[in-house]
Design a protein around this ligand. Structure first.
Ligand code: COA
Length: 214
């Protein structure tokens, strides 16, 4: 049985009408990602990433525990993070073939930033996703809430038909999140990567949206 995003919170609408043909470039057929919207959930506000977010996220992103099962490392310094956010906030790859959609998740009650979300959108209407919740905010369902809202946005507003996440097989938290969101594990890739001195086996997870009949 295919996975269904109709099981996710707030997934009531069909995507807007899209051209039948697959675009050859990310840009012409998709909403302008430069005008990426603020998204909301009961507890979170998802703000389109801008360089000014670096000041708030630099501290929590310095926690080494976030990088145990991913290739990255803490940002070297604030200027490096600002420069990275500057690149990402262009919302498109330099060759204009991919949409780079990034958000900072912020608690609506306290205003604290709690993590980041990332979606790379390809011309075939697939998207690979990634996510980080800062350590002191983990295990409260915030990734579930934020990623579900991003997935809804990708499907409804960008016409995405396939969502993909690649996860180190040791990353129990990420596996737990994807199971919670009803992604399907479709493959295991041995030696998919090598970082922090060890080989990394990866699970590939997919979600293909299915809409209830109207
Ligand atoms: C993966 C990550 C984003 C999860 O964030 P989170 O806000 O703690 O996740 P949630 O609280 O929404 O939990 C989602 C599910 O995963 C489970 N889970 C979360 N952390 C877990 C852990 N350490 N071990 C086992 N299961 C875990 C939860 O129990 C929940 O499932 P349930 O609702 O059925 O109980 C967070 O651990 C993180 O940022 N890790 C470091 C960065 C990273 O590895 N990103 C993923 C790259 S692929």
């Amino acid at each position: 049985m295919p996975s269904s995003i109709s099981t996710l919170p707030e997934m009531p609408r069909r995507p807007r009408e899209l051209p039948a043909s697959v675009p050859v470039c990310y840009c012409p057929a998709m909403p302008d990602p430069v005008t990426l919207p603020v998204l909301e959930t009961p507890r979170l506000r998802l703000e389109p990433l801008v360089p000014a977010h670096a000041t708030e996220t630099f501290g929590p992103l310095g926690d080494e525990r976030l990088y145990r099962f991913i290739p990255g490392n803490p940002p070297a310094n604030l200027a490096a993070l600002e420069a990275r956010y500057g690149l990402l906030s262009g919302r498109r790859s330099p060759d204009d073939t991919q949409g780079w959609l990034n958000w900072v998740m912020r608690r609506r009650d306290s205003g604290e930033p709690v993590g980041t979300l990332e979606a790379t959108v390809y011309p075939d209407r697939s998207s690979s996703i990634a996510y980080v919740v800062f350590v002191r905010h983990q295990r409260r369902g915030l990734a579930t809430e934020g990623v579900a809202r991003m997935v809804e946005h990708l499907v409804v507003d960008h016409g995405i038909t396939l969502l993909v996440a690649e996860v180190d097989t040791r990353n129990a938290a990420s596996v737990g999140l994807l199971d919670r969101l009803r992604f399907s594990r479709v493959a295991t890739v041995r030696d998919a990567d090598h970082f922090k001195g060890t080989p990394s086996d990866e699970f590939r997870y997919e979600l293909r949206p299915v809409f209830p009949a109207e």
